[in-house]
Design a protein around this ligand. Structure first.
Ligand code: C2E
Ligand code: MG
Ligand code: MG
Length: 454
């Protein structure tokens, strides 16, 4: 009774209701809440889950049910007594509540089992991240009355609507099955009902955590891939391509971590690091007499959220690398987003003397009319068009047309991903300015790149 009264006060509807109403509300609370922790109980979870599923069905969203189970809770009860066991459960309930957002529904569904319904999940993997956060927060020490210190281990099982079931009982059952798998394997972790999701989520979360620390730990390195002037055969520049030297996985390709870095906003810091490092290296080479143009990639996320002109000013000032030797690559699809602002930014960069290149040209499904509006120096023809020249008639026609158009508009043209001599022969004939590709060299560390220059 005491407990229900407290809850009622918390809900804040006590003021004007009649005795009868008050009584009904108390009954409802007793029926829907767990009296020890004040969390929702199993009955309430099931009705809430069903509602969430219906909502998700209408809005075509995903939801997750995560069930947490305390490892060896019985032992705690047996060795410390039920009072301390109860107190621990109350502390645990508080930690749950602290970790969760208002829209997450938390319940205690058994002696040592808790369940969370996560609504509007952007990706199934996000549930794993949340589960791990909660597991980690519960693994920190608990101090109980009398000063007893306790640690609890937790395992979690996750089921996703609509992937793992269409109604609340299937989802509940499958989250339970996932929990059992979790307890059977390594403890202190989560498992999805679907094995692929478990793998995917763990790889992602691991990668995200590792990425977070990669900059401080100095794990990034810039590789350089030569850009070759077709007529003279000379290396006139290089594209800076980031690599991640992962302590366990070895060299990780940007294709594997840039999407994750973008999603979590790390790309800005990584991109800035790459720019600074490239300018620093560029100055070293320039001082040795290598007059190169170095190209750095900008991602769509950076263009949206970062002050690129300011970042470039700082990098150039710090390294004393000349603006005229720096090129920035922007993909065609990034250019097409927020066109107005991007045009303005490109003009600002251009005014500083920086060169601009359109990367992956031909893949962005853009109208060509915008080309006139962007102050551009180089079009980089995407590798997919270059691969089958001079044999595929369509690609031959496309590449020929891009080269002619670029010249007409006053741009230089670079063919990406050039691997064979016949391709270069064809490109020379058509008047393509430069190529970049394995034919000359793969992207290589700075020291190796330098050897290509002599
Ligand atoms: P990209 O800018 O189009 O870079 C060219 C990619 O093509 C590089 O892949 C390069 O190694 C590869 N490549 C070049 N020549 C050949 C060839 O002859 N054959 C084949 N098969 N591949 C070739 P990489 O280094 O794996 O980079 C992939 C993408 O990751 C880049 O595509 C770029 O979009 C992105 N990226 C790399 N470094 C950075 C960076 O510092 N910042 C940002 N925002 N993106 C980066
Ligand atoms: Mg590029
Ligand atoms: Mg490219």
């Amino acid at each position: 009774m005491d407990y229900a009264g407290k809850l009622l006060a918390g809900i804040g509807t006590v003021q004007d209701i009649t005795e009868q109403k008050l009584y009904e509300t108390k009954l409802e609370i007793l029926a829907n809440y767990d009296s020890l922790t004040g969390l929702a109980n199993r009955t309430f979870l099931i009705s809430n889950l069903q509602n969430s599923i219906e909502h998700a069905k209408r809005n075509k969203t995903k939801i997750a049910l995560i069930i947490f189970d305390l490892d060896h809770f019985k032992d705690i009860n047996n060795s410390y007594g039920h009072n301390l066991g109860d107190e621990l459960l109350q502390h645990i309930a508080k930690r749950f509540t602290k970790r969760l957002r208002g829209s997450d529904f938390i319940s205690r569904i058994g002696g040592d089992e808790f369940a969370v319904v996560v609504e509007t999940l952007a990706q199934a993997e996000d549930a794993g991240r949340l589960a791990q956060e909660i597991i980690d927060s519960l693994s920190l020490e608990f101090i109980l009355s009398g000063g007893a210190s306790m640690h609890v281990g937790v395992s979690a099982g996750i089921a996703i609507y609509p992937n793992d079931g269409q109604n609340s009982s299937d989802i509940l059952q499958n989250a339970d099955a996932a929990l059992n798998k979790s307890k059977g394997s390594e403890r202190g972790t989560y498992t999805y009902y679907t094995d692929e999701l478990t793998k995917l989520a763990r790889v992602r979360v691991e990668c995200e955590n590792d990425l977070r620390r990669a900059i401080e730990r100095d794990e990034f390195e810039v590789y350089y891939q030569p850009q070759v002037h077709i007529v003279s055969g000379r290396i006139i520049g290089a594209e800076a391509l980031v690599r991640w030297n992962h302590p366990k996985k070895g060299v990780v390709s940007p294709l594997d971590f840039i999407p994750i870095a973008e999603e979590f906003g790390f790309i800005s810091a990584i991109g800035e690091w790459v720019l600074n490092e490239t300018c620093r290296q560029g100055k070293v080479w320039l001082d040795k007499g290598h007059r190169l143009i170095l190209a750095v990639n900008l991602s769509a996320h950076q263009i949206r959220y970062q002050n690129i002109p300011l970042m470039v000013d700082k990098a150039l000032a710090k390294s004393r690398y000349p603006a005229s030797r720096l090129e920035l690559e922007i993909t065609e699809s990034a250019l097409m987003q927020r066109e107005e602002e991007v045009v303005e930014m490109l003009h600002v960069l251009r005014a500083k003397g920086i060169r601009l290149a359109i990367d992956d040209f031909g893949t962005g499904y853009s109208s060509l009319s915008y080309l006139k509006r962007f102050p551009i120096d180089v079009l980089k023809i995407d590798k997919s068009f270059v691969d089958d020249i001079p044999y595929d008639a369509d690609d031959v026609a496309i590449v020929t047309a891009i080269i002619a158009m670029a010249h007409a508009l006053g741009f230089q043209v670079l063919a990406e991903g050039t691997e064979r001599a016949e391709q270069i022969e064809f490109l020379r004939e058509k008047g393509c300015t430069m190529y970049q590709g394995y034919f000359k060299s793969k992207p290589v560390p700075a020291a190796e790149f330098e050897k290509l220059l002599v």
